[in-house]
Design a protein around this ligand. Structure first.
Ligand code: GTP
Ligand code: NA
Ligand code: MG
Length: 294
C-alpha cells in the first residue's frame, strides 16, 4: 500500500444502550440540539449520525435506538465504529438491551467507554452500575479493570467534557489513519426514499473524500452525487475522512450497511452495478428453479 497520503482521521463513535437511558439526550447536549424532544413517543427508531467539532477536533457520533425491536440497527451501529459508548442510566442500571449491547461491543473489538448517565438524579447509584458491569467482565479502571466509566448528565452537562476527552484519548491510541486523496469509500448507515428528493443515503466516509459530481456505485445501484447535505441539513460540496452526511443521486435506495465507492467514470459505475444486479438475478433464478424442480 502507498500510505504517503495517510492522515489522522476523526473517530467514529457509536452510542448504544437500553431504551431511554439517555443516548439521544447526551448527543443533544453535546451538539446543543433537541432531537430527543421531537421523537415520536420519545423513542429513537433509526440510526442517525453527526459530526461534531470540539476544540478543533472532530468526532462522528452514531446514535442507535435502545428499544428491544431494533437489535439489527444496534448490530449495524457496532459494525461501523471505532469506539463504543455504552450508556447506562445511573438510576436504572444494567437492563436487557444493556446486556445485548455489551455483546455487540465485545464482538466489535473496539475500545469501550461506559457513560453512566442521569447522575443528576436523586436515585443515581454509580457504584451499583459498576458492580453490575464488573459481574459481566466489564471492570472499571478504578476497580482494577480496563474499562473507563464516566459519570455524566445529559440534563446538566456534568461529565460531558470528560467523556469527550476520553473519546479523543482512545482515538489517539488507535492511531486512526486514512487517505483523503483516495477514491471515496463510505458505509451507508441509513437510507430511504424521500418524496421529491429520491433515494437518500446517509453515509460515513471511511477513506478518501466524497464530492458532488462523483460517480458512485453502491451494491447494485449507482449514480452521480447530485447533492450532499451535512447532518444539519445544510448543503456541502464534500465529505472528508470519517465525516457523515446524506447523499442524493443514486438510482435506487441502497441497503443500510452497503459500501459506496467512487468510480472514475459513470460508465464504470454503471457497469459494476449492472453486473452485480445480473448476478443477483441469476442467483434468484437458480433458487426458484431448484424450488420448482423439487
Ligand atoms: P431510545 O433512543 O429510545 O433508546 O432512548 P435514549 O436512550 O435516546 O433516551 P432519551 O434521550 O430519549 O431520554 C429518555 C428520557 O430520559 C427523556 O425523558 C430524557 O429527558 C431523560 N434523560 C436523559 N438524560 C437524562 C439525564 O441525564 N438526567 C435526567 N434527569 N433525565 C435524563
Ligand atoms: Na428515548
Ligand atoms: Mg434515542
Amino acid at each position: 500500500i502507498d500510505d504517503s497520503n495517510f492522515e489522522t482521521r476523526p473517530p467514529v463513535v457509536t452510542i448504544m444502550g437500553h431504551v431511554d437511558h439517555g443516548k439521544t439526550s447526551l448527543l443533544d447536549k453535546i451538539r446543543e440540539s433537541k432531537v430527543a424532544a421531537g421523537e415520536a413517543g420519545g423513542i429513537t427508531q433509526h440510526i442517525s449520525s453527526y459530526t461534531v467539532e470540539k476544540n478543533g477536533e472532530k468526532i462522528t457520533f452514531v446514535d442507535t435506538p435502545g428499544h428491544a425491536a431494533f437489535s439489527a440497527m444496534r448490530a449495524r451501529g457496532a459494525s461501523v465504529t471505532d469506539v463504543v459508548i455504552i450508556v447506562i442510566a445511573a438510576d436504572d442500571g444494567v437492563k436487557p438491551q444493556t446486556e445485548e449491547v455489551i455483546s455487540h461491543a465485545k464482538a466489535s473489538g473496539c475500545p469501550i467507554i461506559v457513560a453512566v448517565n442521569k447522575i443528576d438524579k436523586e436515585a443515581a447509584n454509580i457504584d451499583m452500575v459498576k458492580s453490575q458491569m464488573a459481574e459481566r467482565d466489564m471492570t472499571p479502571v478504578d476497580w482494577g479493570g480496563d474499562i473507563e466509566f464516566i459519570g455524566v448528565s445529559a440534563k446538566t452537562g456534568a461529565g460531558i467534557d470528560d467523556l469527550l476527552e476520553n473519546i479523543l484519548l482512545q482515538s489517539e491510541i488507535l492511531e486512526l489513519k486514512a487517505d483523503p486523496t483516495a477514491k471515496a469509500k463510505a458505509t451507508v448507515v441509513e437510507s430511504l426514499l424521500e418524496k421529491g428528493r429520491g433515494p437518500v443515503a446517509t453515509i460515513i466516509v471511511e477513506n478518501g473524500t466524497l464530492r458532488v459530481g462523483d460517480n458512485i456505485v453502491c451494491d447494485t445501484t449507482y449514480g452521480r452525487v447530485k447533492a450532499i447535505t451535512n447532518d444539519m441539513g445544510k448543503p456541502v460540496k464534500e465529505l472528508g475522512l470519517s465525516e457523515t452526511g446524506s447523499v442524493l443521486g443514486l438510482s435506487d435506495v441502497p441497503a443500510a450497511g452497503a459500501i459506496m465507492v467512487a468510480q472514475d467514470s459513470d460508465k464504470e459505475a454503471k457497469d459494476i452495478a449492472t453486473k452485480r444486479a445480473e448476478h443477483e438475478r441469476a442467483k434468484e433464478l437458480s433458487k426458484s428453479t431448484k424450488v420448482s424442480l423439487e
